[in-house]
Design a binder for this molecule. Structure first.
Ligand code: PEP
Length: 263
């Protein structure tokens, strides 16, 4: 099955809504050849909550092909959860995607696999595609346990998720040692774990479902590294942090096919 690559930009805690609007406009202008640039690739950005309304207005008004979503979602539906943002609120803002279980959420907000599973469910309950982030830290990589560790996170995040939802999930393999460090995983490292994730999906569900799920790589992706990563059979796109804040660089990443020539 042909999987449509997804290049998603995680803006983290950067850009106010004016800067976000400007950045989306510039990105859309750089990727203005919609027929070519969006033919077989989805491009999405994940700004701060405070920018979502402005991004929605811009994308709708100018009918931009850029998709967007949030960086987090509450596991709760509504109620006394100060500071939380519900899936229904994100859906009202037209979010296509939401990142779930990013390593920074796991590390700084103590998100467990159970919480990640609840947030994955909350996303689907509201018609939003979760980008479930998994990946090992440096100590685990050094011990050679990256595959078993990451697969356990996949098991946790997808616990109880029925096949008719799992078929649409996006999984982002993001080794923590590669996030924001400039140390990108080798294509072989990325393929090892992304391939294992697809294998686990086949075990949890079936081979056909696994074949259709997009597995992204994330961790210091740049325009200079994307083509080699995308050449791996089980890497279906990228979750891009720092480099997605620069529209020129992010557009080059989205146009990875242009620099795959001569690989
Ligand atoms: C991320 O935060 O998901 C990420 C991959 O960041 P960076 O590209 O900056 O390593």
């Amino acid at each position: 099955m042909a999987r449509t690559p997804l290049i998603a930009g995680n803006w983290k805690l950067n850009l106010d809504h004016l800067e976000a609007t400007h950045t989306v406009q510039k990105l859309a202008w750089l990727l203005r050849d919609a027929k070519h640039d969006f033919a077989d690739v989805e491009v999405a950005i994940l700004p701060s909550f405070t920018s979502l309304r402005s991004v929605q207005t811009l994308v709708d008004a100018d009918r931009l092909e850029v998709k967007y979503g949030a960086q987090d979602i509450s596991a709760h539906v509504s109620g006394a959860y100060t500071g939380e943002v519900a899936g229904s609120q994100l859906a009202k803002l037209g979010c296509d995607f939401v990142a779930v279980g990013h390593s920074e959420r796991r590390q700084y907000h103590a998100e467990t696999d159970e919480v990640v599973a609840s947030k994955t469910k909350a996303a689907f309950d509201n018609g939003i595609i979760p980008i479930v982030c998994v990946g090992e830290g440096l100590d685990i990589r050094k011990a050679g346990d990256q595959v078993s560790y990451t697969l356990a996170q996949v098991d946790g995040a997808l616990a109880g998720l029925p096949a008719d939802r799992a078929k649409d999930v996006v999984i982002a393999y993001e080794p923590v040692w590669a996030i924001g460090t400039g140390e990108v995983a080798t294509p072989a490292d990325a393929q090892e774990v992304c391939g294992a994730i697809r294998g686990r999906l086949a075990e949890l569900y079936d081979a056909e479902l696994a074949d259709g799920v997009r597995v992204l790589y994330g961790g210091s992706v740049k325009s200079s590294s994307i083509a080699q990563l995308m050449a791996e059979p089980d890497v279906d796109g990228a979750l891009v942090g720092g480099a997605s804040l620069d529209p020129e660089e992010f557009a080059k990443i989205a146009r990875f096919r242009a620099h795959q020539v001569g690989l």
